[in-house]
Design a protein around this ligand. Sequence first.
Ligand SMILES: Nc1ncnc2c1ncn2[C@@H]1O[C@H](COP(=O)(O)OP(=O)(O)OP(=O)(O)O)[C@@H](O)[C@H]1O
Length: 243
Amino acid sequence: MSGEQPGAEPILSIRNLFGRIAGQQVVEDVTFDVPATGVTALLGRNGVGKTSTIKSVLGLIDRSGEVRLAGERIDRLPTHRIVQRGVAYVPEDREVFGTLTVAENLRLAERDRMPRRDVVASLFPDLQARLEQRAGTLSGGQQQMVSLARALVNENRLLLVDEPTKGLAPRIVDEVADALAEAARTTPILLVEQNLLVVRRLADRVVVLSSGRVVFTGSADELLDDHDRVQRYLGVHDEREAA
Ligand SMILES: Nc1ncnc2c1ncn2[C@@H]1O[C@H](COP(=O)(O)OP(=O)(O)OP(=O)(O)O)[C@@H](O)[C@H]1O
């Protein structure tokens, strides 16, 4: 957890964001900030629009509204320009190149002149032993490590990470959370996460969506300590049930 400086400029500022998929409104007038340090968790029941919100920020779906990265408007930029400005995306379902090796997957992601291979090696020692293995033959947890490593090999200003622990065994969930905690020491993260134990461990702030709209913003502890709210917004009693 980090102490946010009061009044510090947010790394991401979202105002009145709308997103559409196939003519359907899936993000409706969403407004929130991501502070310049720590982890902000984007929460909500299945299908409320968490992934669509991230995709709207990145310009991966049709969107309107105002999005600023450290004060600079990015809502009219194409996705590759947003990524070039230092926004990394770790999509849901990993999306590694299955027929390529781990090393090839990592090399393709290198954007900086001095890629941070040492950071990746120390965060994911297991991958170092598997550099020549085809990514499609890795376990789900190992593929998630590749997906995270592809983001962390570059220096970023913001990480957008979508459900990184989905479907993983508890021990692997801990490893992924360890890597995110380490990454968050230097880079702010907007994290979509269903596992509330992970949210409790990593997140400073939470933003809760319902039907494409923001229904709660506040500290992670404020939400998670309020079991009625957790039940109402997330459909589970507490973080143990959600895990
Ligand atoms: N490609 C698509 N075509 C049509 N509808 C879509 C598409 N992708 C998402 N949607 C719809 O948009 C809405 C928001 O989906 P989204 O994936 O953003 O929700 P989510 O909160 O991330 O859900 P989950 O937690 O289940 O991943 C849902 O009603 C979903 O069915």
